[in-house]
Design a protein around this ligand. Structure first.
Ligand code: AHR
Length: 502
């Protein structure tokens, strides 16, 4: 199937922020303890951090890392996880003991080693505005007051200067500890924001939101002038109670629902005249929801078999296939297309659970989604160009809920490396079995001398990476001469590609 794609190199729609390629890590299962923080690991550095994980995160240039939750944060007391004597606490969200040996100071130190911005989500569940602003004091005041002095006494004379803070996590949800009503939320956020901004006016604040009009109108009407961001989350294949994976075809059906929530929040921000002031932080997203039965439910699990051991099912590498890779590429295209209003996005999570990096005793597995981040971060341009498709094919798929969808086979995003003549076109072929031929034409008098295709793919839709097997890879094609105005590129089935023109 031939599809014409036309690019206008001089029509720049927006400049992507690298913050679209952000990540999230939570005190859940093996993300922190036994994941990135594992003092007993042969890969651990002097702070107990796995250097192989830090290296892998640096390679995909993680720009921002959100922590410590997620549901975890809604009953978290940050003060028990700083200082010489750490207090192990019972984590009421996930019902396990947290040793608190990894806390704010360890998190900030880890971000400095990775080279990413720390982004702290505060406890607006059981927490108070005072505790949130005390946290800002601890991190950002040089030496004034008890909390900055406490940080210094803990061996950190320099302020951490944490710039990004979110007030709360999903406090709208019945599953969240300390959940709030729409009427309560706006007032709590406003008073928290006031205290936090009085401590450090330079902090950028977000607050938990969703696409619900009542929740957001109350929030924004009370706090619009205090907020820089509004946070939304989305997992498409929800598996909290049943570890029931959508297969390739069912996963492709979700690609008709990539910008639904973005459009709703954009519309509301615009209606309230806030679209130039407040940006969207899509600060948890993943095709796959996490599996943790009998904790988000009223009836809590009684035995470890009921609520704890099932979490290990998140860690099965063969579940993360080209379905995850192709979906992730399509969603990254969506984020880039909306980069005028989306300033940050955080893949949830980065390590273990449904993340792109899997740790084991002897090393790492880089799952299929890791290679998509490598492709987008390291091979795509930062200016989003106007482009359009002619006779783009559609394919019929049936979603997880039996929903019949006609989805476009191709998902294409044209970009340019700012200040250069280098174009880079992200081109995803969602079709499970058919190649697609892209006929690429650049409008105006743009001419390219050479091109190459960088591809993330595996032999089949179910390809995955695991210990001892690497079926999904990123491969760089050879640079080839461009002959003529239109460049034809063949895209393999179920593949994510970047066509670089120089
Ligand atoms: O399934 C994990 C949870 O998903 C995160 O803790 C929460 O933020 C979201 O609901």
């Amino acid at each position: 199937m031939h599809t014409g794609v036309f690019i206008h190199p001089d029509r720049v729609l927006g400049r992507r922020s690298m913050m679209l390629y952000g990540h999230f890590i939570e005190h859940f299962h093996r993300q922190i303890y036994g994941g990135v923080f594992d003092p007993s690991s042969p890969f651990a550095d002097e702070d107990g951090l796995r250097t192989d994980v830090l290296d892998a995160m640096r390679k995909i240039r993680v720009p921002v890392l959100r922590w410590p939750g997620g549901c975890f944060v809604s009953s978290y007391n940050w003060k028990k996880a700083v200082g010489r004597d750490r207090t192990p606490v019972f984590d009421k969200a996930w019902r396990v003991e947290d040793p608190n040996t990894f806390g704010t100071d360890e998190f900030v130190a880890m971000c400095r080693k990775i080279g990413c911005e720390p982004y702290i989500c505060t406890n607006a569940g059981t927490g108070t505005p005072e505790e949130m602003s005390d946290w800002v004091e601890y991190c950002n005041l040089e030496s004034e007051g008890e909390f900055a002095r406490w940080r210094i006494a803990n061996g950190h004379p320099q302020a951490h200067k944490v710039r990004f803070w979110s007030i709360g996590n999903e406090n709208y949800g019945s599953w969240e500890l300390g959940a709030k009503t729409a009427g309560e939320w706006g007032r709590l956020v406003r008073e928290s924001a006031k205290l936090m901004k009085h401590v450090d006016p330079d902090v950028e604040l977000s607050a938990a939101a969703l696409t619900d009009i009542e929740w957001n109108v109350d929030l924004l009407s009370k706090c619009g002038q205090y907020l820089d961001w509004i946070s939304i989350h989305k997992y498409w294949n929800l598996m909290a109670e049943n570890n029931d994976f959508a297969d390739y075809e069912q996963s492709m059906a979700y690609t008709n629902d990539l910008d639904t929530d973005i459009r709703k929040v954009r519309g509301l921000l615009t209606a309230m005249g806030l679209e130039k002031r407040i940006r969207i932080a899509y600060d948890e997203w993943n095709l796959r929801g996490w599996h943790h039965p009998n904790v988000h439910s009223i009836r809590q699990g009684r035995t470890k078999e009921e609520y704890l051991l099932p979490r290990d099912k998140n860690d099965i590498n063969s579940d993360y296939t080209m379905a995850d890779a192709v979906f992730t590429a399509c969603f990254l295209n969506t984020l880039n297309r909306n980069c005028d209003i989306i300033g940050m996005a955080n893949f949830a999570p980065v390590v273990n659970t449904r993340g792109c990096i899997f740790t084991h005793r002897d090393g790492l597995v880089l799952r299929s989604t890791y290679h998509i981040f490598d492709l987008y971060v390291n091979y795509l341009g930062d200016e989003i160009l106007d482009s359009w498709m002619e006779n783009g094919a559609a394919m019929h798929v049936v979603g997880k809920a039996g929903n019949h969808e006609d989805v476009s086979v191709l998902d294409v995003l044209a970009t340019r490396r700012r200040g250069t003549n280098d174009l880079a076109v992200a081109a995803v072929n969602k079709h499970p079995s058919e190649k697609q031929v892209l006929a690429l034409t650049a409008e105006g008098n743009y001419t390219a001398g050479s091109y190459r295709v960088v591809t993330v793919n595996g032999p089949e839709t179910g390809s995955y990476n695991d210990i001892g097997t690497e079926q999904v890879k990123l491969t760089e094609g050879e640079w080839l001469p461009v002959t003529g105005r239109t460049l034809e590129v063949t895209l393999e089935p179920h593949s994510a590609n970047v066509i670089q023109l120089s």
